[in-house]
Design a protein around this ligand. Structure first.
Ligand code: AMP
Ligand code: MG
Length: 287
């Protein structure tokens, strides 16, 4: 594979879901589009390459948000089946960023209080503040995925929710939130290997949940549900990205690179001092 120049390609273009009807099966979970290195061996170096710029961009975002409540925010939304690596992405890609600038929320089975509200209620409460990078480990999409597969709501609700979600995300875009929606696409075979790996290693037993096998049995129902989400909630202001997730090193690199590209596009400037710099230098020197 030819080495790519840092700036002459766009992972966002490579991984963006095309508009129109799509199926999850159209995307290869084992591919590594636009990876600039050779493979697994140089993945740590490729990650390290992204780190300084990601860190600089995050600091600019944070600085801009400090005194402007209307400033930009980034929201990385992670969806994927068990073992697709939502946790791994958070550890390895998001982990490169200063934790002070990260606002992480993992959405679990709704609590009694959450269930008493509209499904977007808990989502709105978890939105990142100005200058922050929000991370959603699962999201409002569970309300059209598990809710559909397990029929936790009437099925005719689902298409209505697609429209509602599209309106909600348009509203976010208007408020200065840049949304990066990632579907971590793990294959059925790779999921099996990862579940077995968890069982074979006592240090990974805590990660294994017997319920994951019941979810796995509904694989094709989940593929239908995800295919509809990628088809109906893939808008100009909030597109989906499908991240091939069978190669952990590629998955982590691709999400880090997506964050860099989206932050770059915000064209973040350092805020100007609201004091006279020369005066302050003189004051410090004589203090
Ligand atoms: P985990 O991410 O492995 O900790 O699991 C979280 C669990 O919460 C998954 O089984 C999800 O399907 C479930 N979950 C998340 N959001 C919802 C929701 N809105 N309705 C029902 N189950 C949900
Ligand atoms: Mg789990």
């Amino acid at each position: 594979m030819a080495k790519k120049n840092k700036d002459d390609y766009s992972i966002a273009d490579a991984l963006r879901v095309p508009s129109g009807p799509v199926r999850v099966e159209d995307f290869d979970p084992d591919s590594a589009p636009d990876y600039p290195g050779e493979g697994k061996a140089d993945a740590p170096a490729q990650m390290a390459d992204l780190a300084p710029e990601l860190s600089d961009l995050q600091e600019r975002l944070y600085a801009a948000g400090r005194d402007n409540p209307r400033s930009r925010r980034l929201l990385l939304l992670l969806q994927g089946l068990d073992t697709s690596g939502k946790g791994g992405v958070i550890r390895h890609a998001v982990g490169m960023v200063d934790p002070q600038g990260i606002d992480l929320t993992a959405f679990k089975v709704p609590t009694a209080e959450e269930r008493s509200h509209h499904y977007l209620w808990r989502i709105r409460r978890a939105l990142p503040g100005p200058g922050m990078i929000g991370i959603f480990d699962r999201s409002h999409y569970e309300d059209v995925l598990v809710v559909r597969v397990d029929e936790l709501a009437p099925l005719d609700e689902i298409p209505k929710r697609f429209d509602e979600i599209n309106r909600f995300e348009a509203e976010l875009a208007d408020q200065g939130v840049t949304l990066i929606k990632c579907f971590l696409n793990v294959s059925r075979d790779e999921q099996k290997d990862r579940l077995l790996e968890r069982l074979e290693n006592p240090e990974k037993h805590w990660k294994y949940n017997p319920g994951d096998v019941d979810v796995r049995k509904k694989w094709s129902a989940y593929m239908d549900a995800y295919s509809d989400v990628l088809t109906h909630c893939n808008t100009e202001h909030a597109p989906w990205f499908v991240i091939p997730a069978d190669k952990k090193w590629y998955r982590n690199w691709a999400v880090a690179r997506l964050m860099v590209e989206h932050l770059r596009a915000m064209d973040l400037q350092w805020p100007e001092a609201d004091f006279d710099v020369d005066t302050e230098i003189a004051r410090v020197q004589t203090s």
